[in-house]
Design a protein around this ligand. Structure first.
Ligand code: AP5
Ligand code: MG
Ligand code: ZN
Length: 216
């Protein structure tokens, strides 16, 4: 199965992606996690990405698109993949579409996790993340026991771009640059929508019933 996850910052894309990737045995590719990995290793890509991420703005399309194309050509993507946080602009979506078309491949679905703006603040300010494996936790909704990641044991931390001012900028950027992708995928008859305001396990059930018909 080849799919993309859409939704505003804090919608629960990363949270659901971990479960989808386990259930369907496909790699979870999060552009945000790849950038954060590069930042922690202090690579040239990380240094460039950080300038934008700290302000809540998007990393330029060219950099992001090339990075994703490289990733999709790796062996583990042959059986499918889940893209989380990409595409995020119409230009990224068009590039992905062309890339797949040239390889005679196509997406199975673009799944939107729909969460109104009012819900987002509490989710973002309470979020804690694992710097090693990218897992997301929440102080109230999904606490990490003793502040440790249950998948790999690292200490969870707060993301720098979860500061209140940056969250506002990220939401504005989402509305301006990413929301148009909803129509992009609707027009291609690929859009499915799940209500992301419910509890984490209920959202996952909703996703599984949408994806249920896809065998792999
Ligand atoms: P990225 O890392 O992709 O961040 P984002 O899209 O802003 O999304 P988040 O990771 O903040 O939220 P999420 O939907 O994954 O929610 P989560 O599951 O953690 O991007 C960061 C930056 O990188 C961008 O700003 C940009 O600069 C750059 N970037 C990345 N991709 C790019 C691209 N393609 N092009 C250009 N630049 C790019 O959940 C949030 C919280 O809520 C957690 O605490 C979680 O435990 C909790 N939670 C989740 N679900 C529920 C629920 N159902 N009920 C209650 N709590 C819940
Ligand atoms: Mg995420
Ligand atoms: Zn971890």
């Amino acid at each position: 199965m080849k799919m993309v996850l859409l939704g505003p910052p804090g919608a629960g894309k990363g949270t659901q992606a971990k479960s989808i990737s386990n259930r369907y045995s496909i790699p979870h590719i999060s552009t945000g996690d790849i950038f954060r990995g590069n930042i922690s290793q202090n690579t040239p890509l990380g240094i460039e990405a950080k300038m934008y991420m700290d302000k809540g703005q998007l990393v330029p399309d060219k950099v992001t698109i090339n990075m994703v194309k490289d990733r999709l050509q790796q062996e583990d993507c042959k059986k499918g993949y889940l893209l989380d946080g990409f595409p995020r602009t119409v230009s990224q979506a068009e590039s992905l579409h062309k890339f797949l078309h040239l390889r005679e491949e196509s997406l199975d679905t673009a799944l939107l996790i729909e969460v109104p703006r009012d819900f987002i603040r509490e989710r973002m300010t309470g979020r804690r993340v694992c710097p090693s494996c990218g897992a997301s936790y929440h102080m109230k909704f999904n606490p990490a026991l003793d502040g440790k990641c249950e998948l790999c044991g690292s200490d969870v931390v707060q993301r720098k771009d979860d500061a209140e001012e940056t969250v506002k900028e990220r939401l504005d950027v989402y509305e301006r640059q990413t929301q148009p992708l909803i129509d992009f995928y609707k027009n291609k008859d690929l859009l499915s929508v799940v209500d992301g305001t419910k509890a984490i396990n209920e959202v996952f059930e909703g996703i599984c019933s949408i994806l249920g018909s896809h065998k792999n």
